[in-house]
Write a protein that binds this ligand. Structure first.
Ligand code: NAI
Length: 494
């Protein structure tokens, strides 16, 4: 295990070399200020916007991007990864010969969106810290960890330069680890796409269950994460390790969590994480995200809207308001002993009725039996196959959706291909691009307009595998599917 510290990095290597910080946002501002405070010469390259004004206000010389690239010897590309390839091609690449090109993320190089010219050193200095922390922890004197890496070593000193830059931004004070560009990008995406969401869904599942069981919402949210105890404990896990931090909790807590923890070792979770990692490594995610951006990010907008429509979003907002601020851990006793503002029982239940309708355990009065469901689906699929709106949606598409209704033991498939729609009961002949698994009751609710499909997915009543963009594209014909389903349902119940 190798971790680099101050003594492993020589900032003299950077003496007399002008550092051009391209972009003055989260990372750009923090890194430019730290490098300057470390005694290095820094100029800023930025388009004319409020970030450029901020850089000037902070006392930097600010130049247009191409001019900064021409005047600097070492270039730190600190603009959003999404815009970087185009900016790089037009403004940076023509001025690079013989220089050092540094990235704070391996993404564009690892997935082939940027190919640097062969005569430059290409290094990675990627803080494991948000921009505000990069600056605050530099000023506090403790620094923050970073990954460094080398993609091209023309000078023979690329790694030393990366270490010197890491020292300049204050990272070797905390510790620096060497990785490849691909490893940095893959680990970063894995955290965002697998670990983060899995962790998030553990939280939302717990909230959902406890509210369903009638616990007061403000107590549930405070207990699980809004007290700040969870974030404090995560800090202690980083400091002391998973096992030893246990000593900070009661023995009841230690015994309970260790003896009951085994039941959450779910093979399915590991399999889903592996699937996510494979999508990342194969470049499938990078290609999908590039296509989504080219289309103007409609799926991202729909997913954000769906997340905001979840009851939890509103509950959190109301609790934040009731508390006055989100409690963050402060060692001062006042913060620990602060009493919560009273929330009346009446108001509490008004919240719940409005935002979190109790799920009934008894079957919905309108629920269909398995045999009725089969008849409805048969009629629905026959209508779908001949429907002009679905045929229009199908033009230029190749999309197979496979629905599995476990509780009623039914499956059906809809295939949209080049203007035609094939729909029938049973699984598809080959692999489906999108597979949805839910219950007959939820599907019936979705197609009769009682249940929002996105909300059902986000609250765990519906799971899908496949590409999110393709699954979301079916939303375009959701109204038509509902129209056809309702007609089939009415005919069956008549
Ligand atoms: P940001 O979103 O804060 O970048 C804003 C800057 O980009 C501004 O200076 C703005 O003028 C410039 N910019 C935006 N659009 C532009 C365009 N079309 N053409 C030219 N300039 C444009 O970026 P952030 O978050 O600082 O990320 C920069 C790099 O740092 C990325 O590679 C990112 O992956 C990496 N990184 C970011 C971290 C973070 O905490 N945000 C953490 C570690 C790495």
């Amino acid at each position: 295990m190798r971790v680099y510290h101050d003594q492993d990095a020589d900032m003299n290597l950077l003496a007399g070399r002008r550092i051009g910080v391209i972009g003055y946002g989260n990372q750009g501002r923090a890194q430019a200020l730290n490098l300057r405070d470390s005694g290095l010469e820094v100029i800023v390259g930025n388009q004319e916007d409020e970030y450029a004004q901020q850089a000037r206000a902070d006392g930097f010389t600010v130049l247009p991007l191409a001019q900064a690239a021409a005047q600097a010897d070492i270039l730190l590309l600190l603009i959003p990864d999404e815009v970087m390839p185009q900016v790089f091609e037009q403004e940076i690449a023509p001025h690079l010969s013989g220089k050092v090109l540094a990235f704070a993320s391996g993404y564009n190089v690892a997935f082939g969106f940027i190919t640097p010219p062969p005569d430059v050193d290409v290094v990675l200095v990627a803080p494991r810290m948000i921009g505000a922390g990069v600056r605050d922890l530099y000023l506090a004197g403790c620094g923050f960890p970073s990954f460094i890496g080398v993609a091209q070593d023309v000078s023979g000193r690329a790694k030393e330069i990366a270490l010197a830059l890491a020292r300049g931004i204050g990272s070797t004070r905390a510790g620096v680890v060497e990785v490849t560009f691909a490893q940095e990008a893959e680990l970063d995406l894995f955290t965002e796409q697998c670990f983060g969401p899995a962790f998030g869904h553990v939280l939302t599942t717990a909230v959902d269950l406890l509210l369903e069981e009638g616990y007061p919402p403000e107590a549930v949210l405070l207990e699980l994460y809004m007290s700040g105890e969870l974030s404090y404990t995560l800090g202690k896990i980083a400091e002391l390790g998973m096992v030893e931090q246990g000593a900070l909790h009661s023995r009841t807590s230690q015994y309970g969590s260790m003896s009951r923890g085994m039941r959450f070792l779910l093979p399915e979770l590991r399999a889903r994480m592996r699937q996510g990692l494979e999508e990342i490594r194969s470049g499938q995610f990078a290609r999908e995200w590039a296509a989504e951006q080219a289309a103007g990010c409609p799926t991202l907008a729909a997913l954000k809207e769906a997340a905001r429509s979840l009851p939890l979003y509103e509950l959190e907002r109301e609790l934040r308001q009731a508390l006055g601020s989100v409690p963050t851990y402060r060692p001062a006793p006042a913060a620990r002993g602060a009493s919560l503002p009273a929330v009346s029982t009446g108001r509490r239940w008004a919240w719940l009725r409005r935002l979190w309708p109790r799920r009934s355990r008894a079957p919905d009065s309108a629920a269909l039996g398995a045999a009725q469901m089969e008849t409805v689906l048969r009629r629905f699929l026959a209508r779908a196959a001949g429907d002009p709106a679905l045929r229009a949606f199908s033009r230029g598409r190749q999309l197979t959706t496979h629905y599995v209704l476990k509780d009623v033991g039914l499956e059906f498939t809809m295939r949209f291909q080049d203007g035609s729609v094939a729909a029938g009961l049973g699984p598809p002949d080959g692999p489906a691009e999108v597979r949805l698994e839910t219950t007959g009751e939820v599907l019936d609710g979705m197609f009769t307009g009682r249940i929002n499909a996105l909300r059902a997915a986000m609250s765990g009543q519906l799971s899908f595998s496949g590409e999110a963009r393709l699954a979301m594209s079916v939303q375009q014909v959701q109204d038509d599917l509902c129209r056809l389903y309702r007609a089939a349902r009415e005919e069956t119940l008549a």
